[in-house]
Each structure stands twice: as structure tokens, then as C-alpha cells.
Design a protein around this ligand. Structure first.
Ligand SMILES: C[S@@+](CC[C@H](N)C(=O)[O-])C[C@H]1O[C@@H](n2cnc3c(N)ncnc32)[C@H](O)[C@@H]1O
Length: 797
């Protein structure tokens, strides 16, 4: 490569040296130049011409030579040009290939362990090209890295200056250093140094000795350039890639650069891991790279490493906590605004509360352009926390924060405006403070759940404007936080993430009371709730049309459901003692005692004017028909209430028939029993069991003896129908052919009962429903032989 480069240099030198020939300066000069050209170049062109020169005068010869030159010169130099440009093109391709392999493969980066000359040459060429491009495009804002490379160039200029007397003013002087070596060898071998050397002198002897040392120095310099420039340029390319959204390439570049120990790249790798850019999110690795960068003195990395520590270790030891604070303080001292703001708030709260330190850091952050810190500083002045209380200064600070775009400060100032027209602003501020004023002790309220726990919220952090200048791609690579959570939303351009500065008094101050949507808390505290609210609103908005469609489609069913709900509610309430008492009172007063028909008629009269739970005349007639048809010896009624259906059954029972009626409500049981007695029936014909139906069924056997139920009326709690039916089945109390009547079986609560019956066709037969009473016939139960229907009669006496 060095030889090729030397050849190119020599060719270029020759081209430059021959340039005047093309301008036809003079024939003599041309002739001399032609004669002095190497034989190899002239031999292929001149023989035929020389053979033809058998005499003639000198003018003719000169003209012929001139014409010969004009004829032969163009092809000769075109050939040289072609060779030179071809070699240059090869070199350029090599450089491009090298650069490509450097930047596209991390592994290849570490594999460039070839001969240092080749490596140095390629890297040097690549870096120079990149350097020029990047400088021209102002990729490096501060030009720090450019000047670094420039200094390396200067070193090289010094080392190679002795041999580069005329060409080193151009940016290509580094190439001249290497070219000079090979060109010397090449020239000597080709014997073409006639123009630059005087007769009797050996140019190789003259130049070779000092060039060896210079070349060694140059090579060392190039190695230094390579070692130090690779991570810088990789980091720059990573940033460029991130800017164009190529995060995978960006991460590869950052990682490759970070492996060289370049702290800015380490920081950027940390950002990639933290934000999941070009690599899977990994907070542990992010912390590790931040740590490396912080160790290398990267200020932003110190701040971010401290945040990682706070986030990763929920319960820090005191030592860890102090180490973390130390990191934050180091970053703050380096001018990292986020760290200053963090510390300002951190020292305003327990367990680190220190008013003076809080004010110190808040002031630093405010002067560093953080308007929210300016607002907090104003609060400190307002409340006299860490400083002498001064409303005037507080107003001044609020004004500054408002001017910087802080909305909270603007709200405070707008509240001042109304009174400030009449009194000075500081007086106005004093007047609108909440009364009674909180003491300083109360003003700053502890918000930490554990040590620094509110810093562990993983809040989205606004990148600093200067992060770009520190070589960070944060500002370019990361999406802006949501408007609601972003400090930008409150007009705080580039504001850092704040932990909560919670001044309890602000919850009571009048201006904030008028602006409930604005919180002095960290945005993170109210953003989730507002997001939830927005989500719920969207959900409602999205489901409204669906609801409308459902209402339209199921209007009838919904109406029925609504009525049933009302009815159930009414039932529950009407089953209270008020309903029972009023019913009993009316019937007892208005009926003819001893006459069951009069009792029933009085019930009906009452039901015509009042809500009633009685079965009613229509269903009652159906019940009558069933009782007459079945003529049960043993009938069971669940739900006595005031005794209406009991009287209906009793009056139609056969002479040997008995009724067991169950009522769990004591009042209803009392008045129901009285009405039955008023209707003229005796306890030998009926028995009222005042207990829940399940208890009654459990002890029915003792009442029935060996008898079985031929008829059951369920008119108590629809939800218990199935349970009680199964209990009757279990107890084996249903006689073959027993008729079961279920009131209100159309209610949804009876679904399970209906399924149960429908799924046992061998056991039950459902009769056409009449008057809302479901009639089901029970067949012979397995294991239960028909019983003597008169066996249980003695039990009631
Ligand atoms: C609709 S009323 C009965 C009406 C009665 N059949 C009539 O025609 O006058 C229902 C009665 O059943 C009672 N009841 C509800 N659940 C009960 C249960 N699990 N056990 C016993 N009685 C119950 C209530 O207290 C209420 O008095």
C-alpha cells in the first residue's frame, strides 16, 4: 500500500512537473523534456520517427520533434493520468471499504490488528475524509473533537515538515508524509528523479535517513489518531444514526465506541438501554454503562446513574444513600441542571431537609434556566424556608418563572393582578396567602415513603438542551414526553424531572384553590389519574352508541327487567311489617269472622286499593282448581304471609286433608295464623311453622310421620325454589303424582329451577302455565314406594 501510494504521489509530481508542456511553452524546452523522458515511455512512440530522420535541417527536425511530441505527448500523459487516477480510485475504494467495515461491524473493529502501516493509512484516510465531511456539516457543535484531530495533525506536520516544503498547507499533508517514503524508493528504482537531483548526487542517500525516523513518528502518530479517533467518530456516527432513526446502528456504534472507554459513548449506551433504543430495555445494564461513564467523569452520567440507583434499590442503606447524594452533588457541581433541581427538592424534604442547601441548589437550577426551580425558590422566599422570608423577592421570582413560561407561576401572578392594582405586589401576595399561615415547619411536608422513594418513580425526564453538546443523542433519539407529563407542557423548556416539592400551605392558598387542575405536585402524581379519566371518557363515548343499539334492540326486555326490579324492590319493602299489619288490620276488621269466603273477599278488596302480596283472585282460582283436582291429604305451603292462599287451600281440602304452611317472618306468621283462625279453621287442619323454609323441610318428616306431600305451593322466595325442591327430593317427602305449584316462576331467579325440572323428564312433567302459576307433576321417585296417604294424620292432633 505504501508503494502504491508512493507511485501515486510520484505520478502526481510528474504530472505537475509536465504541466507546462501542455501549455506549449517552447519547442526547445519541449525537446529537452522529451529527450529526458524515460525510454520506456518514449520507446513505443519514437522509433519510426527517428528512423525517418535521415538528414534535413535542424528546423525541420525541431518541427518534426514538436509535431512528434504533439502527437505522442497526449497519449503518454493520458496513460500516466489513467494509471494515477486508477490507483487513486483503488485507494479510495480501500478507504471506503475500511470505513464501512469499521462502522458496520463491531467485531471487525477489534479485529483490525493488521500491519500498523496499513491500518494507520486506512484509518487516517477515512478519518480525514470523515473529519472534513463532519466539519463541513457542523456535526460537532463545539468542534472539540475536530480540534483534537487538528492537534494530531499539527503533530504530524511538525514531524513531516522537513520533507513537505510546498504541499503541507493543504489538508492532504498527512498523505504526503507517507507518500514521500515510497516515492523515494520508487523513483530510485525507476531512475526518474532527474529533475530534482543534481548529477553525482544520490537522492536516496540524501532523503532516506531522516525519513525513517519521521515515518516512524508518523506511524506512531497515526496509531494514536486511530486509537483515539475511532471511539469519537463512532460516537458521532451513532448520534447521526440515531438522528435518522436508525437505532440499531446507533447502538452498535455507541457500544463499539464505549468498549474503547469513551465516556460519552458509554453514556449513550446507557441511554439506549434505559430507553430501549436499538436494544431491549435493561435498567441494570443502563446503570452499569452510566456508572462507567460517570467513572470517566461524565456529569450527565453521574446524575443518571444516581437516578438508576434510586430506582433499582428501593431500600438503600445510609451509605448507599450518601453515595448517591454524592453523585448528584458532583453532577450538580458540574452544572447538570437536573441534578441541581433534584437536590434542591431533595433537601426540602425529610430525611435530608436542609433549608439552606435546598435554596442553594434551587437557586443554582433556577439560574441555570429551570423555571420550576425558580418557582420553588419563590415558594421558599414566600414561606421563609431556608431564607429570610421576603414576599417582594418571592414575587420577583414568580415573575421570572412566569416569564420563562412556568404556568404555575403565571397563575400565581394572575391571582396577584386583581389586588396588585390597588396595593403593592408583595402586599398583595401577603394578602392572598392562606390564613392562618403555616409555620415553616409545616410548610415543607415530607413526601418520602422510604429513603428518596419519590425519586424512584421512573419519571420521564426531559433531556437537557446541552445534552447534545456533551455528545449525547438523548435530545434527538428520545421521543418527547407526553404533553401532559412534560415540563414543556407547563412551558418549562428543557426543565429537568423534579421530585415533589410539596408545600402543604399551597393546598389552601386561594389561587390554587381556584385552579384545582394545577398541582404543585410532580406531574407524575396527577397525570395517571387524568389519563385514567380520559380513558374512561373515551370508553363511555365509545360504548354510548353500543348502549343505544342495545336499548333499541332489547327495549321490551329491558322494560320488563326494570319493572321486575321495581317489583322485587317493592316486594322486599312491602313484605315489611307495615304491609302485613295493614293487610291484617283491614281483613280482620272488614271480614265476617268464621266465613272463609268473606275473608278471601276482604283480601281482594284490600288488594284492589293497596299493594298486596297475596296470591290474588285469578291465581287463587287456579289454585282452587288444583286443590280440588289433587285433593291432597298433605299439602305444603311455603310463604304464608297474611294467610290468603292458606285459607284458599284449607277451604277446599278433603276432610282428612292437612296443611303445613311455613313463614319465616314472625309478624307475618302471627297475623297469618290469626287470619286462618278467623276464617274458621282449626289447628287440627293446619300448622304454621314459623321458620325459614329449609328448616321447615328439614323437620317435615316429624310432622308428616310416614305421610308424603301430595301438593306443594311455593310462594315465598323465588331464589330458594330449587334449593327447597331438592331438599324435598332429598328428604323423600314428595308423593308420586305430587303437584308442585310455583308462583312467579317467570322471574330470572327461577331459571335454575326450570332447568332442573326440564332436565329430568322422567321425574317431572311440566303443565301448561296458567295465571302465572307453574304446575309441575312429580312422578314416582326412585326408592320411594307410595305411602299411605292417611298415615300422618295423627301427627297434627
Ligand atoms: C308473596 S308472600 C306469600 C303470599 C301468600 N302466599 C298469600 O297468598 O297471601 C311471601 C311470603 O313468604 C315469606 N318468605 C320468604 N322467604 C321465605 C323463606 N325462605 N322461608 C319462609 N318464608 C319465606 C315472606 O315473609 C312472605 O311473607
Amino acid at each position: 500500500m505504501w508503494r502504491i501510494h508512493g507511485l501515486v504521489g510520484r505520478l502526481l509530481t510528474r504530472c505537475q512537473a509536465n504541466a507546462p508542456l501542455r501549455l506549449s511553452q517552447g519547442h526547445h524546452y519541449v525537446e529537452d523534456e522529451v529527450l529526458s523522458t524515460p525510454a520506456v515511455l518514449s520507446s513505443g512512440v519514437l522509433p519510426s520517427d527517428s528512423s525517418s530522420q535521415s538528414g534535413g535541417n535542424g528546423d525541420r527536425q525541431r518541427r518534426r520533434r514538436t509535431s512528434q511530441f504533439c502527437y505522442t505527448g497526449l497519449p503518454r500523459y493520458t496513460a500516466l493520468d489513467a494509471v494515477g487516477w486508477g490507483v487513486a480510485a483503488m485507494l479510495l475504494m480501500q478507504v471506503c471499504r475500511r470505513i464501512h467495515s469499521q462502522f458496520s461491524s463491531v467485531s471487525e473493529l477489534n479485529a483490525t490488528q493488521g500491519p500498523y502501516r496499513e491500518r494507520g493509512l486506512l484509518q487516517r484516510c477515512g478519518y480525514r475524509a470523515l473529519l472534513e465531511i463532519l466539519s463541513r456539516r457542523d456535526v460537532l457543535p463545539r468542534g472539540v473533537n475536530v480540534s483534537f484531530l487538528g492537534s494530531v495533525q499539527a503533530i504530524q506536520e511538525g514531524s513531516s515538515g522537513s520533507t513537505q516544503s510546498t504541499e503541507d498547507s493543504s489538508p492532504s499533508h498527512m498523505e504526503g508524509v507517507s507518500l514521500s517514503n515510497d516515492s523515494g524508493d520508487h523513483l530510485s528504482s525507476s531512475g526518474c528523479a532527474a529533475k530534482d537531483t543534481s548529477p553525482g548526487q544520490n537522492p536516496k542517500d540524501k532523503v532516506q535517513e531522516p525519513e525513517e525516523d519521521e515515518l516512524t513518528d508518523a506511524a506512531n502518530n497515526l496509531r494514536r489518531i486511530a486509537d483515539s479517533s475511532v471511539p469519537v467518530i463512532l460516537n458521532i456516527i451513532g448520534i447521526e444514526s440515531a438522528k435518522s432513526g436508525e437505532y440499531n446502528a446507533a447502538f452498535s456504534c455507541f457500544l463499539a465506541s464505549a468498549k474503547h472507554g469513551y465516556s460519552k459513548a458509554q453514556f449513550n449506551v446507557g441511554v439506549c438501554y434505559e430507553k430501549g433504543r436499538g436494544v431491549n430495555r435493561d435498567n441494570d445494564k443502563a446503570a452499569e454503562f452510566y456508572r462507567q461513564a460517570a467513572t470517566g467523569g461524565h456529569s450527565q452520567a453521574k446524575y443518571r446513574y444516581a437516578r438508576c440507583l434510586l430506582r433499582l434499590r428501593s431500600q438503600q442503606s445510609v451509605e448507599d444513600a450518601h453515595a448517591t447524594i454524592g453523585l448528584l452533588e458532583g453532577a450538580a457541581a458540574s452544572g447538570v441542571r437536573e441534578a441541581q433541581a433534584y437536590l434542591g427538592v431533595l433537601f426540602s424534604q425529610e430525611p435530608l431537609r436542609d433549608g439552606q442547601k435546598a435554596v442553594h441548589y434551587l437557586r443554582m437550577a433556577a439560574e441555570n434556566g429551570d423555571s420550576l426551580s425558580g418557582l420553588y425558590l419563590g415558594q421558599c422566599y414566600e414561606w421563609g424556608f431556608g431564607v429570610q422570608q421576603s414576599f417582594r423577592t418571592a414575587v420577583e421570582l414568580y415573575k421570572r418563572a412566569a416569564t420563562a413560561g412556568n404556568q404555575q407561576a403565571q397563575i400565581i401572578l394572575s391571582a396577584l393582578c386583581s389586588t396588585a392594582s390597588r396595593v403593592p405586589e408583595d402586599t398583595a401576595l401577603r394578602s392572598i396567602r392562606s390564613t392562618p399561615c403555616l409555620s415553616t415547619e409545616d410548610a415543607v411536608r415530607l413526601r418520602f415513603r422510604s429513603t428518596f422513594s419519590n425519586l424512584q418513580s421512573g419519571s420521564p425526564c426531559q433531556p437537557l438542551p446541552h445534552s447534545w453538546s456533551t455528545g449525547s443523542f438523548l435530545a434527538q433519539a428520545l421521543p418527547s414526553p407526553s404533553p401532559a407529563s412534560s415540563p414543556r407542557a407547563s412551558g418549562q423548556e428543557g426543565a429537568p424531572c423534579h421530585p415533589t416539592l410539596h408545600l402543604a400551605g399551597f393546598a389552601k392558598t386561594s389561587w390554587l384553590a381556584r385552579q384545582p387542575s394545577i398541582s404543585t405536585d410532580n406531574n407524575l402524581y396527577f397525570v395517571p389519574s387524568s389519563r385514567l379519566l380520559i380513558f374512561i371518557m373515551w370508553l363511555l363515548a365509545a360504548t354510548l352508541p353500543l348502549l343505544a343499539v342495545m336499548v333499541a334492540c332489547y327495549w321490551g326486555e329491558l322494560g320488563a327487567l326494570y319493572r321486575r326490579l321495581l317489583s322485587t324492590t317493592a316486594t322486599l319493602s312491602w313484605r315489611s311489617s307495615v304491609c302485613v299489619r295493614s293487610t291484617h288490620s283491614f281483613v280482620f276488621t272488614n271480614c265476617t269472622h268464621g266465613r272463609s269466603e268473606s275473608v278471601l273477599e276482604t283480601f281482594d278488596q284490600y288488594a284492589q286499593r293497596h299493594p298486596s302480596l297475596s296470591l290474588g283472585p285469578k291465581r287463587g282460582e287456579f289454585l282452587d282448581e288444583v286443590v280440588q283436582r289433587v285433593a291432597p291429604t298433605w299439602a305444603l305451603e311455603l310463604g304464608t304471609h297474611c294467610g290468603y292462599s292458606s285459607v284458599r287451600i284449607l277451604r277446599l281440602l278433603p276432610a282428612a286433608g292437612r296443611l303445613l304452611t311455613v313463614e319465616h317472618d314472625a309478624t307475618a306468621a302471627e297475623v297469618g295464623e290469626e287470619i286462618i283462625l278467623v276464617a274458621g279453621f282449626k289447628h287440627s287442619q293446619f300448622q304454621l311453622l314459623s321458620c325459614p323454609s329449609e328448616d321447615a323441610i328439614a323437620c317435615l318428616r316429624t310432622h308428616l310421620g310416614k305421610g308424603l306431600l301430595q301438593m306443594v305451593l311455593m310462594d315465598h322466595d323465588v331464589g330458594r325454589y330449587l334449593l327447597d325442591l331438592r331438599a324435598l327430593e332429598r328428604e323423600g317427602l314428595l308423593a308420586p303424582g305430587c303437584v308442585l305449584l310455583f308462583n312467579d316462576s317467570h322471574l330470572p331467579a327461577a331459571c335454575a329451577l326450570l332447568e332442573h325440572i326440564a332436565s329430568r323428564p322422567e321425574q317431572y312433567t311440566v303443565q301448561p302455565q296458567a295465571q302465572g302459576l307453574l304446575e309441575v307433576h312429580c312422578h314416582l321417585l326412585a326408592g320411594h314406594a307410595p305411602q299411605d296417604q292417611g298415615q300422618g294424620q295423627s301427627q297434627l292432633n
